[in-house]
Design a protein around this ligand. Structure first.
Ligand code: PMP
Length: 371
């Protein structure tokens, strides 16, 4: 099976697994919050080292990182816990459902909310952020369906000029790129382990020093009470290792993936009449490993079931259960037909050129068969 669904989830890097394993065995038993013995201290030390590695990837300080169960939780804490009483809340039309649903919940709680439109490439125009006073603005760093990279530094500046707070769901941007939260003026940022070759079930929220979030959970006071609960040592260590590796090799991975992506696109464009690219092609506008294309007349969900050798996606894993057309493609002005006739290919760190060539040939054959 060729795994080409890296936007849905990345495999655990073997180097990350190796660092996690010692923290999963009998010898590692011990609560990292147990103050009374060496086992607890050692686990706590490992977790704090990992916190430092997460912080380093995004230009933050260790004390600004809260470990979470994943980005769904991080987005919820940022939005539900981070918004001050009575502030308006703005987000883009192409956010992940875990952001959109929180903004919906804030509307039910009485906040004024607004959805920022995107252009045909999926980008938010910073000039479209029209706020007279403080607001919470949430725009993702990169989109999980089409890979569009957002101008978060400009958006954050707009927001700051009005005394507001800027949150970014940075989940998709971190395996191949760097986000400098300090330089970009970001107040809150969400991360997820299984999108950067770390483990599933762990993520983090960056909370800029001085920004207050109200906790969603209550308990033993761990992580300053902002997110209580016993921390999973192995998962925290894994997230830290994944962030350290992303920092070391993210730029090189991106360059290689961009080349593979263009190689695959050339094969598809050549072999499939009428194929159009939904993911941005301009340098710096889209994620290196993401290729999203529309094929006229294709019902992607049906046709791709015939390709058992390929793991790729006809939408995003998070909304495909609902069966509707992608809200991202519709917001970009695509037709419902295009939204159903699109496929998303996500290349990753361990994807080889041979795999890309074989996948290209298989796809061309399958797509020609039906159109
Ligand atoms: N935001 C984005 C952009 C995502 O792609 C995902 C994962 N599909 C999430 C949030 C949710 O992350 P998690 O799986 O860690 O809850």
């Amino acid at each position: 099976l060729m795994y080409l669904d890296h936007l849905a989830s990345t495999p655990l890097d073997p180097a990350v697994l190796e660092e996690m394993l010692p923290w999963m065995g009998v010898a590692a038993a011990g609560n990292p919050h147990a103050a009374g013995h060496r086992r607890g201290w050692r686990a706590a030390e490992a977790i704090e080292r990992a916190r430092g590695d997460v912080a380093a990837l995004i230009g933050a300080r260790a004390g600004e990182i809260l470990f979470m169960s994943g980005a769904t939780e991080a987005n919820a804490l940022a939005l539900l816990g981070g918004v001050p009483e009575g502030w308006p809340v703005l987000c883009s039309a192409v956010e992940h459902p875990s952001v959109l649903a929180c903004v919906g919940e804030l509307a039910r709680r009485g906040h004024a909310t607004e959805t920022l439109p995107v252009d045909a490439a999926g980008r938010v125009d910073p000039d479209a952020v029209r706020i007279d006073g403080p607001a919470l603005v949430s725009v993702m760093a990169a989109n999980n369906e089409v890979g569009t990279i957002q101008p978060v530094a400009d958006l954050a500046r707009r927001c700051r000029e009005r005394g507001g707070l800027f949150h970014t769901d940075a989940v998709q941007a971190l395996s191949t790129g760097l986000l400098d939260v300090a330089a970009m003026g970001i107040d809150l940022a969400s991360l997820s382990g299984h999108k950067l070759y770390g483990p599933m079930g762990i993520g983090a929220l960056y909370v800029r020093q001085g920004v207050a979030v109200r906790p969603l959970l209550f308990g033993g006071g761990q992580q300053g009470g902002q997110r209580p609960g016993t921390l999973p040592t192995a998962l925290c260590v894994g997230l830290g290792a994944a962030c350290r590796i992303a920092r070391e090799r993210g730029a090189a991975d991106a360059a290689r993936l961009r080349e593979l992506r263009e190689r695959l696109f050339a094969v598809l464009a050549d072999g499939v009449p009428g194929l159009r690219r939904n993911s941005p092609s301009a340098e710096g506008m889209g994620l290196a490993g993401c290729l999203h294309v529309a094929v006229p007349g294709l019902d992607a969900a049906d046709r791709l079931l015939d390709l058992p050798e390929l793991a790729l996606s006809t939408g995003s894993a998070c909304s495909s259960g609902e069966g509707g057309p992608s809200h991202v493609l519709l917001a970009m002005g695509r037709s419902v037909e295009d939204a159903f006739g699109s496929i998303r290919i996500g290349l990753g760190r361990f994807t080889t050129a041979e795999e890309v060539d074989r996948a290209g040939a298989l796809l061309v054959e399958a797509l020609q068969r039906g159109s």
